[in-house]
Every structure is written in C-alpha cells, then in structure tokens.
Design a protein around this ligand. Structure first.
Ligand code: ASP
Ligand code: MG
Length: 465
C-alpha cells in the first residue's frame, strides 16, 4: 500500500484532482464538509459527525467550536478587559470542566484520554495566563480562536482512537486575510496546495472554521458565524465537487419554522436567492459563504446531522424559473427617513446622505426614495446618534425603531407569473413602512413593525406555499 501511495502523483487540474497510478488515471471526487457548533455540541454528536465523514470519499472537514463556547470566550474576554481576574477564572474553570466531561464521554482509551486532557489543560492554562496582563483586541482574537482549536483536536483524537487515517491541519497555516479583511486567495491557494501535497497519503483532512491570520500575521477570525466562510473558501481553492454545510435543520426552509407551522425545506436555490435569504435573516447559512462558491460554480448543500438521509437544500447556479421559494425575516431594524429641505430632486442629495453612512461605516440594507426624500434601514445602531446629527444638515430626520424586514425570494424576472401582486396581496392587512422591489431579480422586501412579524410570516405562507 505504501509503495503504491508513493507512486501516486497529485496534480491539480481544476475541478478534479487526478491521481495518476501508473497509466490509469482515476478521477477522485472530493468535498468539503462543515459542521456547526450544535453538530459538535456533545460527545454523542461528535461521534455522529465521525461516522458521517468516514463515508469512503475524500473529505475536507471544517468544524466550528462546540456550541456555546465562542459566547463563553467572549464573556471571558469581557472580564479580562476589565481586569477582573476572578470573573474570567470562574468561567474558564467551568468551561474547562465541561470539556473534561466531554473527553470522558468521547474517548475510551487511557492513551487518548490523557492526550486530550493534556491538550485541554494546556489551552486553559494558556488562557488563564492572560489574567495578569493588559488585555487588547488582538488578545481577544487569540482567546476566541481557542474554541475551534479545541473542537478540532477532540474530534481528531476521537478519529485516531478509532483507527481512522486522517490529518489535522491548522487553519492558521493557510487561511489568511488581506488588509481589507478579505481572503488572501493567492496566499491561501499556494499554502493549501502545498499542505495538501505534503499530506496526500490520507483521504480525510480536518481543520478549524472561523480562525485565520490577518495581514499582520496575527491570529484573527472571519467574524461570527464565519466557519461557513472558511468552508466556502477552502472548497473554492481546492475546486471541490461540493461544499456541504451540516447543521441541525434539514435545509433552508420556505419560512421561519420558529414562527410558522408546517414550513418545508426548499430543495433547490440559486446562489443569489440563497444570498438574499441568508442576508435577510435565515440563520442556517452565513451570507459570506455564498460568493466564493458561486464564482467557482461549486454547489453548496445544506444538510442535517440529526437526519443525514434528508434531502436538504442544494444551492447552485441553477435557477428554478417562476417559483416563489422562501420567506425570511430580519429583526431589530431601524429606519431613517430624511426629507430633503432643498429643492426637490436636487442632484447630489443622495450622495450626501450615503456619504454620512459611509463615514460611520454603517451598512444600509434597504432604500426607498421619493421626490421629497429617502428612507433607509440599518441594523447596526452603533453610530446612530452621530448619523442622525449629520443627516439633520440635509433635511428633516425621522427614526422608526423596532422594525423587521420581511424578504420574499424567488424568480421575479419571469414576466408571466403575477408574482408581486400575490405577495403584496398576502400582506394587504399589514401596515407596510417600506417596500423594496427591483434591486435584484430575486427578491421583494417589506419593512414592517415588529409586532406584525408573526402575522405577516403566516399570511405569506398561507398565500404563497
Ligand atoms: N464559533 C464561531 C461562532 O460561534 C464561528 C462559527 O461557529 O461559525 O461564531
Ligand atoms: Mg453557523
């Protein structure tokens, strides 16, 4: 076997990796499998993930931190910023104990129990060592990285104990961002291709989601929920056949199952539809994950660890013509209306409005305009006061809080379906603060009051599905 392995040359030829064994070229498929926090949330769940990844195919596994860990690490950082060592130690010790319990349930042999315990102790001693220093943002990033480092190590020990041949790769050796915080693709491609060539005697690789190096070579991350992004970046660089995002729900549902009964998973979505849904509230997929996969034409499949046989949702560049696909909702939205105090339709007004949001680095979600003014919605209220103050130089400003964006997604471009009347009709009894249509071919969005959310989602489900 070893001799045979040594005779194998790995060549990257775009979509597939060709393994050349003497004269026979074998085409071997590969996929990225990403598992979220709840999928690795307990010892039992970690064992199920172990079974799923050992399916005889070539798999690159990306793991989140065990559920709850990242929030705890943020809480710990909060105490460290305040130099409250007692507070940080208390949570660190609790968290360490919870990991020791996971080890006792996950691993059987003394050898691996000892290895894992030593690893946990080392990581927690390291975190405890921050108690006596001035704590910085860079330190917080290092603390946050521990969750994914720990989950992948425990998973790796579990597979090794079972005798599974696999490699644990450190994401810090190949996932890197540039000075804009975007993936540094030339670097990632070079590093990952090299690392894969050095580790080509296995067909299972494991790495951390979320964590990366930034352009200063400091430990950083891809923001909350960023493990999906890691999976998409790796999948795109390796040109895999499929990127699988495993969670605890059977795909993207056609409405929010927390609010509406009888929702169903959507079997197929276009990347642009999925991006709208992810951005406007569907928690199952991080919106950043869509673009790399779309550009490289790599399908993303959303699957359920609790029901692996379920079909899930396949996201690709294929568009189902004339279909209303799904509804999602984004909470805690603020709308800002600026009524121009100058002559109507004066040019340059919108630019001045947008410049203010840019100055305070506050993204705008939805825009509607009229002859007299403009309304925009934002989610991030951090600089609301300054923004409003500046906008008052341009006109009369009104703020509406506690709003919700309802986003209906589907193929709006086909002209024979009567899609918009149906959607608007469904909401005829709901006061609408804003309507946005025509920004893309895939979505119509409404801004409503939070108290009307439940009713609106139900009405849309009744009318559309
Ligand atoms: N652990 C990180 C978070 O909780 C990243 C992720 O799970 O995707 O945000
Ligand atoms: Mg997630």
């Amino acid at each position: 076997m070893k001799a045979k392995r040594e005779a194998i040359n790995v060549l990257y030829f775009g979509k597939f990796e060709y393994f050349c064994i003497s004269n026979n070229i074998i085409l071997i498929a590969m996929k990225v499998m990403k598992f979220g926090g709840t999928s690795v949330g307990t010892a039992v769940r970690i064992k199920s993930v172990g079974e799923l990844v050992c399916d005889g195919e070539r798999n690159f596994v990306v793991l989140s931190a065990m559920s709850g860990t990242t929030n705890k690490l943020i809480e710990i950082s909060g105490y460290l910023y305040k130099q409250n060592n007692t507070g940080s130690l208390e949570i660190l010790n609790q968290l360490e104990n919870s990991y020791l319990r996971v080890i006792s349930e996950l691993l059987n042999s003394e050898e691996y129990k000892q290895k894992a315990t030593a690893y946990i102790k080392e990581r927690f001693d390291f975190m405890r060592s921050y108690g006596n220093k001035v704590f910085t943002l860079a330190d917080e990033k290092v603390i946050l990285a521990q969750g994914e480092l720990i989950s992948t190590h425990l998973f790796y020990y579990h597979l090794c104990e079972l005798g599974v041949k696999c490699r644990l790769l450190s994401a810090l050796d190949f996932v890197k961002t540039d000075r804009y915080g975007d993936p540094d693709y030339p670097y990632i491609t070079e590093a990952l291709t090299r690392i894969m060539a050095e580790n080509n005697d296995v067909s299972l690789w494991i790495t951390q989601g979320f964590i990366c190096l930034n352009c200063y070579n400091e430990i950083d991350n891809l923001l909350r929920g960023g493990s999906d992004y890691t999976a998409s970046i790796i999948g795109s660089v390796l040109k895999v056949d499929e990127i699988q995002i495993w969670t605890d729900i059977d795909g993207m549902h056609n409405n929010d199952p927390r609010y509406v009964d009888g929702t169903r998973p959507v079997p197929q979505l276009h990347f642009d539809e999925a991006a709208e849904l992810a951005y406007f509230g569907a928690k199952i997929l991080h919106p950043t994950c869509v673009l790399p996969a779309k550009l490289n034409n790599i399908p993303v499949r959303l699957l359920n660890t609790m029901d692996p046989a379920a079909r899930g949702t396949l996201i690709s560049n294929y568009m189902e013509v004339g279909k209303i696909q799904a509804v999602s909702a984004k909470d805690q939205v603020t709308a800002i209306k600026v009524k121009s105090s100058r002559k109507l339709n004066s040019h340059g007004f919108l630019r001045k409005v947008f410049e203010i949001f840019e100055l305070y680095q506050t993204p705008i979600d939805i825009i509607t305009t009229s002859e007299v003014g403009v309304s925009v919605t934002i989610e991030n209220r951090k600089h609301l006061e300054e923004i409003v103050d500046d906008l008052k130089k341009l006109g009369t400003v009104t703020i509406d809080d506690d709003l919700v964006i309802i986003c209906v997604v589907g193929d709006m471009a086909s002209d024979n379906i009567g899609f918009q009347p149906k959607v608007v009709n469904a909401l005829k009894s709901v006061p609408l603060r804003m309507i946005s249509y025509g920004g893309s071919n895939y979505n119509v969005s409404f801004v409503i009051r939070a108290e009307d959310k439940q009713r609106s989602l139900e009405l849309l489900s009744q009318e559309l599905f």
